[in-house]
Design a protein around this ligand. Structure first.
Ligand code: NAD
Ligand code: TYD
Length: 328
């Protein structure tokens, strides 16, 4: 297959591109290289790279030339940044998704939208199915939900072969240190405070990145056009359990390191996905949380050349804005 992977220089997109290139696909990556896009994530992955934004129709057309399918990972992905500066979220998820859909429609190219469990909002008990109503709480999840609805409209209105794949919280190598797990690993390695929002009892459904990449591949190849597929991780954990486990792997005194800080506004309490439908396509998560977390801690410990340039760059200013007053 010749595949266009939009946002392929990011965390999940690069894992997906690596998997598909290794399996023999011809991979083209379209990526704007925002603060989260890292060309080094694609090191050793045979691909053609197009540098540009998905909302640029000329770049989208150039990248989509002659492909069999497009998988769209390109997004602004951090909830805290969407609260501070929602502008890019609206542009990339709204205009960007629209431009890609138009390019796919004109060419009759199968289109996979990579989405998130956050579009369903929070659930106190049980798990979301694909039929659950959308009730997003943050500018991140609201703009992702809007993109999903636009994708579905291209199936209903134009008959474009669309698929939507909603993943739960991913973790693993190459994740930007603004997100919970890498942030806590790197802070613990440096002996810095670990800022836990609120009471630390929010629950996330953790999915190892390679499991998600395989799940998206199953949906791309075996999914029914027009359908949505949830891809959830095998384990649910409270944030404080995750943070304590990281300290066990890295070392350190939890009571000295953990700092409960002011909560995130609109913080969803619990995410949980039912993955029954995608299991029907033959997918199953293979990596449990304890094993995946140990591997992830080892990867960050062994790859300082990957994260040092991030920690010493713009990220410092972001960290100061986000955590400075919270951590006193
Ligand atoms: P990421 O932030 O690591 O990477 C995003 C990539 O998209 C970067 O390479 C960035 O340069 C690129 N990009 C951003 N805006 C762009 C634009 N306008 N045009 C072209 N490229 C652009 O994100 P990630 O964690 O790999 O997430 C990928 C996708 O998976 C997103 O759509 C996200 O909503 C979804 N998702 C993420 C998670 C998670 O836990 N990280 C869970 C479920 C779904
Ligand atoms: P995050 O990695 O931002 O993913 P999402 O908000 O998309 O689920 O956060 C995961 C959980 O960790 C979420 O409940 C917020 C919490 N969190 C903290 O407690 N402290 C932090 O510094 C961060 C970044 C997140």
């Amino acid at each position: 297959m010749k595949l266009l992977v939009c946002g392929g220089a990011g965390f999940i997109g690069s894992n997906f591109a690596r998997l598909r290139a290794a399996a023999g696909d011809d991979v083209v990556v379209l990526d704007k290289l925002t603060y989260a896009g890292r060309p080094e994530n694609l090191m050793g992955v045979g691909h053609r790279f197009v540098h540009g934004a998905i909302e640029d129709p000329e770049k989208a057309a150039e990248a989509m030339d002659d492909v069999d399918a497009v998988v769209n990972f390109a997004a602004e992905t951090h909830v805290d940044r969407s609260i501070a500066e929602p502008d890019a979220f609206v542009r990339t998820h709204g205009q960007g998704t629209y431009v890609l859909l138009e390019a796919a429609r004109v060419r009759g190219v199968r289109y996979v939208q990579v989405s998130t469990d956050e579009v369903y909002g929070s659930i106190a008990e049980g798990s979301f199915t694909e039929k659950s109503p959308l009730a997003p709480s943050s500018p991140y999840s609201a703009t992702k939900a809007g993109a999903d609805l636009l994708v579905s409209s291209y199936f209903d209105t134009f008959g474009l072969e669309t698929l939507i794949c909603r993943g739960s919280n991913n973790y693993g190598p190459n994740q930007h240190p603004e997100k919970l797990i890498p942030l806590m690993i790197l802070n613990a390695l440096h002996g810095d405070k670990l800022p836990v929002y609120g009471d630390g009892l929010n629950v996330r459904n953790w999915l190892f990145v390679e499991d998600f990449a395989r799940g998206i591949g199953h949906v791309l190849e075996h999914g029914a056009p027009g359908e949505v597929y949830n891809v959830g991780g095998p384990d649910e954990e409270t944030n404080i359990t995750v943070v304590r486990r990281i300290i066990e792997f890295v070392g350190g005194n939890p009571d000295a390191l953990i700092d409960y800080v002011t909560d995130r506004p609109g913080h969803d309490r619990r995410y949980s996905l039912s993955s029954e439908k995608v299991r029907g396509l033959g997918w199953e998560a293979q990596v449990h949380f304890d094993e995946g977390l140990e591997q992830t801690v080892a990867w960050y410990r062994d790859n300082p050349e990957w994260w040092e340039p991030i920690r010493s760059g713009d990220y410092r200013a972001y960290y100061e804005r986000q955590y400075g007053t919270r951590l006193g």
